[in-house]
Design a protein around this ligand. Structure first.
Ligand SMILES: Nc1ncnc2c1ncn2[C@@H]1O[C@H](COP(=O)(O)OP(=O)(O)OP(=O)(O)O)[C@@H](O)[C@H]1O
Ligand SMILES: [Mg+2]
Length: 471
């Protein structure tokens, strides 16, 4: 779980100092401010989840500060610090948006109780989010785009797996190939879809936290375990647990995970009973797990348990047949988002996209299309809306287009790299492009279609450039 941030706004140095020391030792990230104004600045700078606000501050009063913080971020949790007995002010603070209060002088125990309340509320909030997410953006196989033979086969297979009750699935594939999407679709198209889909990224947590997140802990299992906490396997009961980046888990957790898969029970940290869980595990990694087994960093028995059903998602360069349909899918998506009306891709653009290697796979394609839709001012995508490293793959194509004209007596175009004379002021690319367009138009008697072809760009791009340079 991520480290919670707490901001203390209090003009008493001793309180700021002692609270910072105490809360830091509890694992919080603590910021402090002496005045309301400084507090608001710190708040905007660090976005803490929890803020302690003292009532009596030098200029801006506590109540005013609370109202301001709430207006910046409605979700902020505010703990009001007030003098003992001033119930009326505490009520006002609650009305302004504080959800807890402590009376001065307070003990650390009191602060801890307040934070425990907040933490359990945040955790419930998180669980609700898991459920909400399940209801809101439901990914099914219909959302997964791909028509190539290899991809169709994978889709068919995955649909069959989804229908099995609890078969474990191992998703392999480079980053951005759709492992997340498949995990969600498998859950959403299974009989488990009324129950939670819980996902955990195994690489984002330190070892001990990962264990307590997965398996939960009993009260008192370790110093900070003040309350019993259910692990994600328990929370997901009846549903699916998605273990992302499974290649990152350590040996001890690997053994425990093996136990869960073999016996379908979990034992909380510090617990003595086995709790049965009805879950499907979907695991994913972009690591070579087989190699990790050979190198003995990943347990062989766990590997075989996980790969009951293994799906290797192809990289985008292995299924370039799907590029057009995927790119157009994203264009349609971003058309709606940015109120644009960009139509089908032109052949030159498709060729450029196909020449590129897509190391970031579909995620990269998606980002490139988002950027292109934002930048494009015409209704057909032009090369100059693509990132330069992709657009520059166009060059080979351009010579191809020119070569069609070399036989034509009216077009005296020479192939190869032309020599440019650089004067002391250098040479502007802008001027070269302008000259090139002018010359192309003159050579082809101002026939825009032919000039565009000569330049290896679409007619729309040429029109756009004519407007930019020549009008
Ligand atoms: N076949 C597909 N059809 C439509 N969108 C896809 C497809 N595959 C992936 N995407 C989109 O590409 C992006 C990356 O996919 P996803 O997060 O599933 O990849 P991943 O394999 O889990 O990557 P990582 O290993 O980095 O976690 C997402 O925005 C997803 O919506
Ligand atoms: Mg992923």
């Amino acid at each position: 779980m991520k480290q919670l941030k707490i901001l203390i706004i209090d003009d008493e140095k001793l309180i700021r100092w002692s609270m910072e020391k105490h809360l830091s030792s509890k694992g919080y990230l603590v910021f402090t401010a002496e005045t309301g104004e400084e507090g608001i600045r710190q708040f905007e700078l660090n976005s803490p989840e929890i803020v302690f606000v003292d009532n009596k501050l030098p200029k801006m009063q506590g109540l005013e500060v609370i109202a301001k913080l709430k207006s910046i971020e409605e979700e902020t949790i505010i703990v009001f610090i007030t003098a003992y007995g001033s119930i009326e002010t505490a009520v006002k603070a609650m009305k302004a948006g504080a959800s807890e209060y402590v009376n001065k002088p307070f003990t650390f125990e009191e602060v801890d109780v307040v934070l425990e309340n907040i933490n359990s509320r945040l955790k419930i909030g998180k669980e609700i989010q898991v459920l909400r997410r399940q209801q809101k953006d439901i990914v099914t196989f219909d959302h997964i785009i791909g028509e190539s033979a290899i991809f169709k086969q994978i889709l068919q297979l995955s649909k069959k797996i989804a229908k099995t009750k609890s078969t474990t699935v191992l998703l392999l594939g480079e980053s951005g190939t759709g492992k997340d999407m498949f995990a969600q679709a498998i859950h959403n198209e299974s009989d488990r879809n009324k129950n939670p889909f819980v996902t955990i990224n195994c690489s984002s947590l330190v070892e001990t936290l990962l264990e307590s997140e997965l398996f939960g802990h009993e009260k008192g299992a370790f110093t900070d375990a003040k309350q019993m906490k259910k692990g994600l396997f328990e929370v997901a009961d009846g549903g699916t647990v998605f273990l992302d980046e499974i290649g990152e888990i350590n040996q001890a957790t690997q053994i425990k995970l093996l136990g869960v898969l073999e016996n379908r029970v979990v034992r909380r940290l510090g617990g003595t009973v086995n709790i049965p869980v009805d879950i499907r595990v979907v695991a994913a990694t972009n690591k070579d797990l087989k190699k990790a087994v050979e190198e003995k960093t990943f347990r062989e028995d766990l590997y075989y348990r996980l790969k009951v059903f293994q799906i290797t998602l192809p990289s985008l360069r292995e299924r370039k047949e799907d590029l057009t349909i995927l790119a157009e899918h994203f264009i349609n998506y971003y058309n709606v988002q940015f109120q644009k009306n960009i139509g089908k891709l032109t052949e030159p653009i498709i060729q450029i996209l196909k020449q590129y290697d897509w190391p970031g796979n579909i995620r990269e394609l998606r980002n490139v299309m988002e950027r292109a839709v934002i930048l494009e001012s015409l209704n057909t995508l032009q090369t100059d809306s693509l990132p330069t490293d992709i657009a520059s793959l166009h060059e080979g194509k351009r010579y191809g287009a020119i070569s069609r004209y070399v036989d034509s007596p009216s077009a005296e175009v020479t192939l190869g790299s032309p020599e440019f004379g650089f004067s002391t002021e250098g040479l502007s690319l802008y001027d070269i492009e302008k000259q090139l367009i002018k010359q192309a138009l003159q050579k082809i008697d101002y026939n825009q279609t032919k000039a565009a072809e000569l330049l290896g760009i679409s007619r729309d791009t040429l029109r756009y450039k004519i407007k930019k340079y020549l009008l």
